[in-house]
Design a protein around this ligand. Structure first.
Ligand code: NAP
Length: 250
């Protein structure tokens, strides 16, 4: 049976690479994109690379768009095997310190990174429950880890911004709560840390590639039955460097 995988924000960056890698493994990849032109371009590029890719209009902040995407997947496939909640934005104010945070910025970031994930997950859950063993991957970040962000020996210690890091902390809790609700089902729900990857999100300043980041999502999207659920998993960035993967502290 072909795996049906929906990736939100799949028109570029880590999401696009996730679609490409899952497509190369034989999955039908549903390329979520809020922009029609960018979605079609990504679909075409993925198809030219040999993947069975289909563009799905999906703005995670727009309830109607989310509902329509779920209805379309239901009509076309009747189930969903993999959901990668990848779409996110990063915003900050002033010099990035908590004292300069504008509520408007916080609301904008949470609409996509937090509320968008809950909206998409709840809309897709009936379809995921119909799959034999669905996987939900919430693309988080090590900057959402309170343990890492408060460790003076962590490379993340100098960072003290609220909007993006706290949105990923919320996402971590959301991941843990869905995993708890679904623990008696075959569905696994995990948070992925791609590591610091060069994408538009950080003006291409990351030292890992988008493909390396996507490998983390693919790993969690293809977990075997005895794999973990309810963990933050991915690239470990310590004072000694990066490049090893494992379970990270919340
Ligand atoms: N890059 C890193 O170092 C890094 C590290 C840790 C975690 N992450 C996480 O990795 C994921 C992918 O990020 P990236 O680095 O690949 O960033 P990116 O290149 O900026 O891609 C973000 C994607 O999300 C989409 N998106 C944004 N808002 C959306 C909305 N409302 N509805 C649907 N799609 C929306 C974007 O679409 P448009 O093209 O239309 O804007 C784009 O496709 C994010 O969850 C990010 O937080 C990244």
């Amino acid at each position: 049976m072909t795996t049906i995988a929906l990736i939100t924000g799949a028109n570029k960056g880590i999401g696009y690479e996730t679609a490409r890698l899952l497509g190369a493994r034989g999955a039908t990849v549903l390329v979520g994109s809020r922009d029609e032109e960018r979605g079609h371009l990504a679909e075409r590029a993925l198809r030219e690379g040999g993947a069975d890719a289909r563009y799905v209009p999906l703005d995670v902040t727009d309830e109607k768009s989310v509902r329509r995407a779920a209805e379309w997947i239901d009509t076309e496939y009747g189930r969903l095997d993999v959901l990668v909640n990848n779409a996110a934005i990063a915003r900050g104010d002033g010099d990035g310190r908590p004292s300069g945070t504008k509520l408007e910025t916080l609301r904008t970031v949470y609409e996509t990174n937090v509320f968008g994930v809950v909206a998409v997950t709840n809309a897709m859950l009936p379809l995921l429950r119909r799959a034999p063993a669905a996987r939900i991957v919430n693309v988080s970040s090590e900057v959402g880890s309170i343990s890492s962000m408060t460790d003076p020996d962590s490379p993340l210690w100098p960072m003290a911004s609220i909007p993006y890091p706290s949105s990923k902390s919320a996402l971590n809790m959301i991941t843990a709560m869905y995993a708890k609700e679904l623990r008696d089902t075959p569905i696994k729900v995990n948070a992925a840390n791609p590591g610091y990857c060069a994408t538009d999100l950080n003006h291409n300043s990351g030292f890992r590639t988008a493909e390396q980041g996507a490998e983390v999502s693919v790993y969690l999207a293809t977990l075997p039955a005895d794999g973990p659920t309810g963990v933050l998993w991915g690239d470990l960035w310590t004072g000694a460097g990066t490049g090893t993967s494992g379970v990270l502290p919340w």
